[in-house]
Design a protein around this ligand. Sequence first.
Ligand code: HSE
Length: 315
Amino acid sequence: MAQEETMEVRVFAPATVANVACGYDVLGFAIEAPGDEVVARHSPEPGLRIVKITGDDGKLPTEVSENTAGVAAQDLLRHLGMLDRGVELEIHKRMPFGSGLGSSAASAVAGAYAVNKLIGEPLTKKQLLPFAMAGESSADGAWHADNVGPCLLGGIVFIRSNQELDMAQLPGPKNLWATVVHPDIEILTKVARDILPREVPLENVTQQVGNLGGLLCGLIQDDYELISRSIHDVIAEPRRQKLIPEFYRAKRDAIAAGALGFSISGAGPSVFALCEGEETARRVGEEVSRVFTEAPIENQVYVSRINPHGVHVVD
Ligand code: HSE
């Protein structure tokens, strides 16, 4: 139900791990941090404007039609017949570009969510999906909801159809933790998508479908062993790992440290592990960080439960 309008709203949209190994373009989950913040406020000047961007080293355009948060917010206002509304946006980037952490999806989700809140929440979170999708798609031209879905809704999200935006939130075991390590190199999503083959052998499709089904069942049934047997990607990872120095060493050491499974987060270069328990997740983070540090590549480690909330208002 629509709420009162507010003068200003600040929202936080979390980083996400897309694909989760065997779910290319159809599975993702949100983590607690990092994430982007967007502030939306009313303005006497008609139309949507981006008045401030921080944390982007001057890389992001303030032109609404060229900015993922701007496109998402503008599409929403157009849909609601409110393009003449005076709205200002501030975008505070708190995660790197081309990181595999769903950075452009987070900005797009935050833009749509903040403006929807500002104008009294006429739409539900789920109804914001197409606008956030349009925002993210304006960055790389692709149309996949495996970052936007979990960023908006929280939890682990399985997408049956990206075209129809038909998706379901999955429960996960209570003690499931994620370790995400971002090595300080940039991989453009477009490059990581272009290196994938247009056709894959039927045998690989069968393996991938088996693993995806196994992972979904494992998550629903709290079966860590089934989760562990299922986190394998035989399609994208073998091609994309070439873009990530020391990938297989990091994977070997993560598994040796107790990870249930390890793969590339989204299009990379970030990598992730799923773990049973915080202690294991932290140990895995230390091991993977050590591998990159020895390379030597600077890196950041994020250890988190699956974030059940997704985008939300902050004070
Ligand atoms: N599913 C996407 C990919 C996520 O792997 O290319 C990147 O944003």
